[in-house]
Write a protein that binds this ligand. Structure first.
Ligand SMILES: NC(=O)C1=CN([C@@H]2O[C@H](COP(=O)(O)OP(=O)(O)OC[C@H]3O[C@@H](n4cnc5c(N)ncnc54)[C@H](O)[C@@H]3O)[C@@H](O)[C@H]2O)C=CC1
Ligand SMILES: O=C(O)C(=O)Cc1ccc(O)cc1
Length: 283
């Protein structure tokens, strides 16, 4: 891979540029992003070599990493299917949902252009190129959804990502979207709803959220994430998210009923079960 194009130079795209720069100092990294501040910062830090428009950059690429919001990734995949690309180019993405993206990639795949879906299961509530780090994904799962990539292209992509120290995991697009609705998308909905509910209840309380201790902050950190990115995720994984919200509502109602009825045993059992599961995550 001589020329790498990263489209979307925010938290994830700029982290990937940093990682690939560490993996191979000989590659040229071209960045595409409408945000002047982010692009300028990454140019100054030599994390990208050049900034070009997507339509100018894509035909020059040996590897294209799509790292904008999911809605932008989908549009760019559609654009790529009509662009003059190098025969051996590998296209991949980092979007948080996969069914819509793999569906958009069908014309590319039909035209023998190599595409593999990707999704690093790490990040943060921060956004923008300045927040990116080469160790952002260390130890995390990096999902791969097989498309039309060759084995050699995948090996080369993994070589360029080696400094990230991720755990590669192949998965189907539907299985992926259901799983991430459970471990990522609905937790985001819950954290957001918690913040908005409590803020409304406290609207006329002079102490209000200032009384919030660590528990409230720990439970809601991700509610501070970028609304553009998360709106795109919600729209892209609607079915799995709405189904999982139903399950969440059922469990919440069961706990509410136990609390209302003073059902000590059910309350205690519910907390005990969650404590064991949550503690096992840190081991
Ligand atoms: N934030 C996180 O923790 C994670 C995010 N993701 C996925 O990674 C992708 C990027 O997320 P972040 O880097 O966190 O967001 P971000 O908000 O930090 O960066 C997104 C970047 O895309 C740029 N952008 C917008 N429209 C564009 C266009 N037409 N062409 C090129 N660039 C454009 C924005 O200017 C911004 O710099 C999203 O698809 C998200 O679902 C995946 C794993 C973790
Ligand atoms: O901030 C956090 O802890 C996250 O969980 C970040 C995150 C956001 C979106 C993803 O698709 C994957 C990871």
């Amino acid at each position: 891979m001589k020329t790498i194009v990263v489209s979307g130079l925010g938290l994830i795209g700029s982290s990937i540029a940093r990682i690939m720069r560490q993996a191979d100092q000989t590659v040229e990294i071209i960045g595409c992003d409408p945000d002047d501040g982010t692009a300028q910062f990454l140019l100054t830090k030599h994390i990208i070599d050049r900034r070009l428009s997507f339509s100018k950059a894509a035909p020059m690429a040996d590897l294209i990493v799509l790292a904008g919001p999911v809605s932008v990734i989908v549009n760019q995949i559609r654009e790529l299917s009509t662009m003059p690309l190098k025969d051996h180019v590998l296209i991949t993405d980092v979007g948080s949902s996969k069914v819509e993206i793999m569906t958009a990639a069908k014309p590319l795949i039909a035209n023998q252009i190599a595409f593999v879906g990707g999704h690093p299961m790490a990040g943060s509530h921060q956004s923008g190129g300045q927040a990116g780090r080469p160790d952002l994904f260390a130890g995390a799962i990096y999902f791969l959804v097989s498309g039309s990539q060759t084995n050699a292209q995948l090996i080369e992509f993994k070589r360029l990502m080696a400094p990230a120290k991720v755990r590669w995991l192949e998965i189907g697009a539907s299985e992926h979207d259901k799983l991430v609705s459970e471990v990522s998308h609905v937790p985001h909905v819950v954290a957001t709803t918690l913040v908005n509910t409590i803020a409304e209840s406290l609207a006329h309380n002079p102490v209000g959220l200032k009384a919030a201790a660590g528990g409230f902050k720990d439970t809601t950190r991700i509610a501070a994430s970028d609304p553009t990115m998360w709106t795109a995720i919600m729209l892209s994984n609607r079915d799995a998210i709405t189904e999982e919200i139903d399950d969440f509502k059922d469990q919440l109602t069961q706990l509410q009923t136990a609390i209302r009825n003073g059902d000590e045993q059910t309350i205690f059992q519910t907390f005990t079960k969650a404590k064991k599961i949550r503690e096992s995550l840190d081991n």
